[in-house]
Design a protein around this ligand. Sequence first.
Ligand code: ZN
Length: 218
Amino acid sequence: MLESLAGSSACDPRFEPLLADFAPSFLQIHAGTIFGMWADMTLAYTNPAWHRFAKENGASELPARWPLGRSLLDAVPDPIRPFFVENYQRCLAESRPWEHRYECSSAEAYRQFHMTAFPLPNGEGLLVVHSLVVELRHRRTEHPPLEENYRAVNGFITQCCHCRRVQRAEPSEQWDWIPEWVQAPPVKTSHGICSMCFSYYSSERQIDRGESPLPFSA
Ligand SMILES: [Zn+2]
């Protein structure tokens, strides 16, 4: 199996036996990214699609920044980190899969992904499989990147960590879609969460797994 997982994937040799229930061909050919993590949420496996994604998105430095052993929580923005920690831990403790839908849009395309975290034997880790389920052109109203409208008195611009809309300085309840800042956030941009995404994550937290409602839209 090690041979079949070789090439552009990466796997901690101690993690490999935990993947015995997954067909090597599935791990190799799945179009979406897959990563494996130990119970302490450090990276133990990345599939070929993960490496392809890095290359195709001009992030060839990604594998170097994400060596096996690095905590995956470093990749999760602060506002939604407790949500992921809670669910990963429940998945490990109860040994049952956890499913979650999330948005990961580019400046041009609305993209929605489905994620399943599969518990691995003896609560030793998780295999997290991502699949693209929706991709279409944005229908959002575009706003120009005028810093004076968005930079708060503390000097920061706040972008939603989920939908990537940007919070207005005034009124602060309004979050706008600014494609230029999805492409390249301005200096001193911090992560927050807009009210729509907060509602989504709150309802997800209350629902005991199963199909997720999708209150957010393209
Ligand atoms: Zn949002």
